[in-house]
Design a protein around this ligand. Structure first.
Ligand SMILES: CC(C)(COP(=O)(O)OP(=O)(O)OC[C@H]1O[C@@H](n2cnc3c(N)ncnc32)[C@H](O)[C@@H]1OP(=O)(O)O)[C@@H](O)C(=O)NCCC(=O)NCCS
Length: 273
């Protein structure tokens, strides 16, 4: 990808990040150079991020947002693209937050399609596999990285019986029905082993929540799930597909599908107690 393409894509991503919480029903609170997105009711809690076209924020701006986040009882989280808001990291760190960096990757438009896996399919809003598919990420993200781990089918069955799994299912089902998300899952013998989603806004989509049960890792399932998402995104006319990879090991999986690192996604939160 040329430097010009990367620059254009980074501006598109800035608009995407500003639109997606609003499209999801979040309220945007204006803090000058920063915007705090607040989700009403139950569900995914958003973050604060640079206001679209806003000037550089100071540590005092970050503090004002943190005070409001504490008042609302929402996470003191900030997310942004390092290259788009180069001075924010210093301000956020001066305010006492801890910053994590993640490779921000964009699918090369020239990437060749990867053959589909027979056990992978897209899920509809009423799919019987949906509760398991939305629960796999809870187990997967509890064991970050790409190594094989312990949690498997028995742990998934226990986790899907939890009422929180039903609530998560209902939220994702509503998003699937309204076209705000697309979900794919890999299942064997009716058991979901890996799943992932993409969230489209116009012709830009972010791939999110890709996870494989720790006991089912290193068999090509996440590659297959992400390939199915990419194929559907392309068929639906999405021009820009992007994602933030957990770390360099995870980024390698996406690189096999033609995702290229173009920038760094930064997430800030209070240091662990
Ligand atoms: C990252 C994650 C989704 C990968 O899932 P996965 O199903 O194991 O992924 P894959 O099997 O496609 O690829 C993982 C590795 O297994 C290897 N592999 C794939 N098929 C294989 C096979 N048949 N035999 C041996 N190795 C194989 C791949 O080459 C890759 O190797 P690498 O680490 O050297 O690059 C999973 O580890 C996970 O859930 N991690 C925690 C959550 C997370 O970080 N998600 C990503 C957020 S961006």
């Amino acid at each position: 990808m040329s430097d010009h393409m990367i620059e254009t894509t980074l501006s598109e991503l800035e608009r995407y990040y500003d639109t997606v919480p609003r499209a999801g029903g979040a309220r945007a609170e204006d803090f000058g150079p920063l915007t705090l997105f607040v989700q009403e009711g139950d569900g995914w809690q958003y973050y604060a991020r640079p206001a679209l076209g806003g000037a550089g924020a100071t540590a005092a701006d970050v503090e004002r947002v943190r005070a409001r986040q504490r008042e609302l009882g929402v996470p003191e989280a900030f997310e942004w693209v390092a290259e788009n808001s180069p001075s924010l990291r210093t301000a956020v760190e001066a305010a006492g937050l801890h910053v994590h960096a993640h490779p921000l990757m964009v699918l090369d438009p020239a990437a060749a399609a990867v053959p589909a896996l027979p056990e992978v399919r897209l899920l509809g809003a009423d799919d019987p596999l949906l509760t398991a598919a939305v629960t796999v990420p809870a187990l997967g993200f509890a064991e970050p990285g790409t190594a094989v781990g312990e949690a498997g089918v028995a742990e998934l069955a226990a986790a899907t019986a939890d009422p929180e799994a039903g609530a998560r299912r209902d939220r994702v089902s509503a998003m699937l029905a309204s076209g705000r998300t697309v979900m794919a899952a890999a299942a064997r013998d009716g058991v979901v082993l890996s799943s992932g989603q993409y969230n489209p806004v116009g012709d830009v989509a972010e791939v999110v929540g890709v996870a494989t049960l720790p006991a089912a890792r290193r068999r090509g399932l996440a590659l297959g799930v992400t390939a199915a998402l990419v194929a559907r995104a392309r068929e639906s006319g999405i021009r820009t597909v992007f994602l933030s990879a957990g770390d360099e090991d995870v980024a390698r999986v996406y690189a096999r599908l033609g995702f290229r690192r173009v920038a760094t996604a930064l997430i800030a939160e209070p240091p662990a107690a």
